[in-house]
Write a protein that binds this ligand. Structure first.
Ligand code: 0WD
Ligand code: CA
Length: 418
C-alpha cells in the first residue's frame, strides 16, 4: 500500500519490495540517527548490561524520516478472537458486531446509561500480550505449516508480534509532544515480542482522572452501541448494558520494509452488506470527537486527532471510520464517514502538518534498531525501550526481572511439538 492506502502499480503482483527503503541497510552507520546516549533510561530493577551496543539511542526527529514511503504490504487477516463479558478468550469471532447506518439526524445521548448500565473492564489487570499469545498457541500448527512452506528462519515465520495499539504509538512518536512510552522487547525463537509497560506519568494520569473525564471515556463505547447490532439482521440496542470487557480482535499479518509483522487489534464492527469485501476491508472503526465550530478547531482536528485515527486504522488495513461529532453535553450532532485513503488529502493544506511517510519510516527504523540491540534469544531477557517527548529512544537490559512478559504456559507451549 502507499500512504493513501492505494495499491501501488505496477507491479500488479502486490506491493512487495518495489520501493525499497534504501536507508535500512545503513542504519548502524548513520551517525545522525544512531548516536551514543549519555543519559540512558535508569529503571528499577537496575540494568545488568552496559555493553558497547547498549550505549546507543535512536533519534525521533521528524526530518530524519522524511524519505520515500517504505514498503507496507496490504495486511492480511490470518485469524480473529473474541473476549466475552467476563474477558474470557475464545478462538472465534463470536463478538463481531454489524454496522447499522445512523439516521441523518441522529438522536444519540452518549451520557445515557453511564450510571446504571455500564460494566467497566478492570484496567488494573495488565494483560500484556496474553490474548495474542493464546491465539498463537491455538493456531500454532496453522502458522507453522505456513513457515515450513516459506522456510524462513523464525519458528513462527514472523519477525515481530505485538498489539496494533503499540504500533500506533510508534507511528505517532515523531509528532508526540506530551506522552512518552515504555516498550518491553523479548526475542524468543527468532521472533521479537513487544509489550507495553505503563509509565509512571500514565499511572498518575489514570489515578487523577476527573469524574468528567471518566464519563467521557464511556461516550465512545456508548456511540458504538448506537451503531452496532449483534447479528446481521438485528438492530442496535441502546437500552442494553455497555460492557468494555467484550472485544472482537482481528489478527493480521503484513510486512513493513523488511519486518514481517503479526499483530492484533480490536475491531468495532463490520459492514453487513451482502457485497461487503473480505476482512479487514469490511471493518469499520467508530470514533467520537468534539463538534467542530471554528477554523482553529478544524485545524487541530486535522493536525492531532486525524494523525491518531489514521495511524490506528491504516496499520490493520481498516478502510473507513465513522465519526460522531458531539456537543459538550454528549449529544451527537452529526456523523461523518472518513476514508483512510482520503486523510492525506484532508490534511494537505495544514501548515507544518504530520506526514504518513515519517510515521512509517520511524516505525520501520525503530524495529531495525530493536533488532540490532536485542541479540540474546531468551524469554528471561527483556530490553526495555524508553522514550520521552523531545528525547531519543534509549534502553536498559533486564534479566529474570518483573519485566518478563512471556508466560511459562506460552514458552512451554511453543516448545512442545503440535
Ligand atoms: O492495558 C494496556 N495497556 C493495553 C491493552 C494496551 C493495548 C491494548 N490493550 C488491550 C485492550 O484492552 C483491547 O482489548 O488490547 C485490546 C485492543 O488492542 P488494540 O486494538 O491494539 O488497542 P488500540 O488500538 O489502542 O485500541 C483499540 C480499541 C479502543 O478503541 P478507540 O476507538 O478508543 O481507539 O480498543 C479499546 C478501545 O475501544 N481499548 C481498550 N478498552 C479497554 N481498556 C483499552 C483499554 N485499556 N485500550 C484500548
Ligand atoms: Ca473505536
Amino acid at each position: 500500500m502507499d500512504q493513501h492506502g492505494r495499491k501501488v502499480n505496477p507491479p500488479p503482483s502486490g506491493y512487495k519490495n518495489h520501493r525499497r527503503n534504501m536507508d535500512n541497510d545503513t542504519l548502524s552507520v548513520n551517525p545522525k540517527r544512531f548516536r551514543p546516549s549519555h543519559s540512558p533510561h535508569r529503571a528499577d530493577p537496575a540494568p545488568l548490561s552496559s555493553s558497547a551496543s547498549s550505549c546507543r539511542a535512536l533519534s525521533t526527529r521528524r526530518q530524519l524520516y522524511e524519505k520515500p514511503f517504505p514498503v507496507y504490504k496490504q495486511p492480511v487477516e490470518v485469524g480473529s478472537f473474541s473476549l466475552d463479558s467476563e474477558r474470557r478468550f475464545f478462538n472465534d469471532a463470536r463478538q463481531i458486531r454489524y454496522f447499522v447506518e445512523p439516521p441523518s439526524r441522529p438522536d444519540f445521548n452518549l451520557r445515557d446509561g453511564y450510571k446504571d448500565r455500564f460494566v467497566k473492564r478492570d484496567d488494573s489487570i495488565k494483560e500484556k500480550l496474553d490474548h495474542i499469545l493464546r491465539w498463537i498457541l491455538a493456531n500454532k500448527s496453522k502458522l507453522e505449516s505456513r513457515v515450513a512452506a516459506a522456510s524462513s528462519s523464525p519458528a513462527l515465520g514472523v519477525d515481530v508480534v505485538t498489539w496494533r495499539g503499540h504500533l500506533t504509538k510508534l507511528l505517532t512518536t515523531p509528532y508526540e509532544t506530551r506522552e512518552g512510552w515504555l516498550l518491553a522487547a523479548t526475542l524468543f525463537r527468532g521472533t521479537l515480542y513487544l509489550s507495553e509497560v505503563e509509565t509512571e506519568a500514565s499511572r498518575r494520569d489514570t489515578e487523577n482522572r476527573t469524574e468528567r473525564h471518566q464519563e467521557m471515556m464511556y461516550w465512545g463505547y456508548k456511540f458504538e452501541q448506537y451503531l452496532c447490532a449483534e447479528d446481521m439482521k438485528a438492530s442496535p440496542d441502546p437500552g442494553g448494558v455497555v460492557n468494555t470487557n467484550e472485544a472482537f480482535c482481528t489478527v493480521v499479518q503484513t510486512k513493513l520494509a523488511d519486518h514481517k509483522l503479526l499483530f492484533s487489534g480490536e475491531v468495532d464492527c463490520r459492514d453487513r452488506g451482502t457485497k461487503s469485501p473480505a476482512a479487514p476491508a469490511c471493518y469499520i472503526e467508530l470514533k467520537t470527537s468534539a463538534e467542530i465550530c471554528t477554523p482553529k478547531q478544524r485545524s487541530n482536528f486535522h493536525r492531532f486527532k486525524l494523525l491518531k485515527w489514521w495511524a490506528q486504522s491504516f496499520l490493520p488495513g481498516v478502510p473507513r471510520i465513522v465519526a460522531g461529532f458531539r456537543d459538550p453535553d454528549g449529544l451527537v450532532v452529526g456523523t461523518e464517514t472518513i476514508h483512510i485513503s482520503q486523510i492525506s488529502h484532508l490534511i494537505k493544506n495544514e501548515y507544518n502538518c504530520w506526514k504518513p511517510t515519517v510515521c512509517m519510516n520511524f516505525c520501520s527504523e525503530f524495529l531495525s534498531f530493536v533488532r540490532t540491540v536485542v541479540r540474546e534469544d531468551s524469554p528471561r531477557v527483556v530490553h526495555l525501550f524508553s522514550w520521552d517527548p523531545h528525547q531519543d529512544v534509549t534502553y536498559t537490559v533486564h534479566r529474570d526481572s518483573s519485566y518478563c512478559f512471556l508466560p511459562p504456559w506460552y514458552v512451554e507451549g511453543m516448545g512442545s511439538p503440535h
